[in-house]
Design a protein. Sequence first.
Length: 242
Amino acid sequence: MKRIAICQSNYIPWKGYFDLIHDADVFMFYDDVQFTVRDWRNRNKIKTPGGPMWLTIPVGADRNRLICDVKIPDDRWQAKHWATIRRCYGKAPFFGQYEDLFRAVYVDRKWTSLSELNQFLITAIARECLGIRTQFLQSSDFHLASRKQDRIVDLLNAVGAGVYVSGPSARAYLDPERFRKEGIELVWKDYSGYPEYPQLHPPFEHQVTILDLLYHVGPDAPEYIWGWRASQRVLAGASAGS
């Protein structure tokens, strides 16, 4: 059965976001919904010697717009973010391996659309850094008039979903019975249990951008996002059989 995940785009999201993408055959950017201020759409955290710090793209405080309509009024933030990333992670073991990729994003290109920037970064990191082969789609391409849960169901039916993989926060507003009636299995994503990794500037913090993981462990990043679960199953199986 085809597994689908649907989520708003975030700015350089944390590892759990990419765990969700990896769980799905199709990941749909849900960017034709209302933009929420002081949220993950235009900001995320990095580790600094003084503790976690927000990197925020200035886009204004207007609540009456969709994520896909949010414009970035100027590009001065790009140089600032890149300088901060270099300062905080320049000495991490794998900073150099990804330097060209992210320099091109922050230095060589100017961004005017938040959604376009977020989707580009997420797709590039998934494909080029994590080896994820999930298909990416946009909800706006389906031109649906339904709202809220009905719209989620309509999107899932439009792509032939057999399984909907949802983040746990959606338990507050999704009705599992509705999905059962539609013949769609509803699976709640579990973000618990991620192993720690060598991280600059202790104490360890999970709730930071994926850049933190990439810069510290490089090509081993998938093991710390989803690969560790397979290792646990092997150990559990060996223990049960002993």
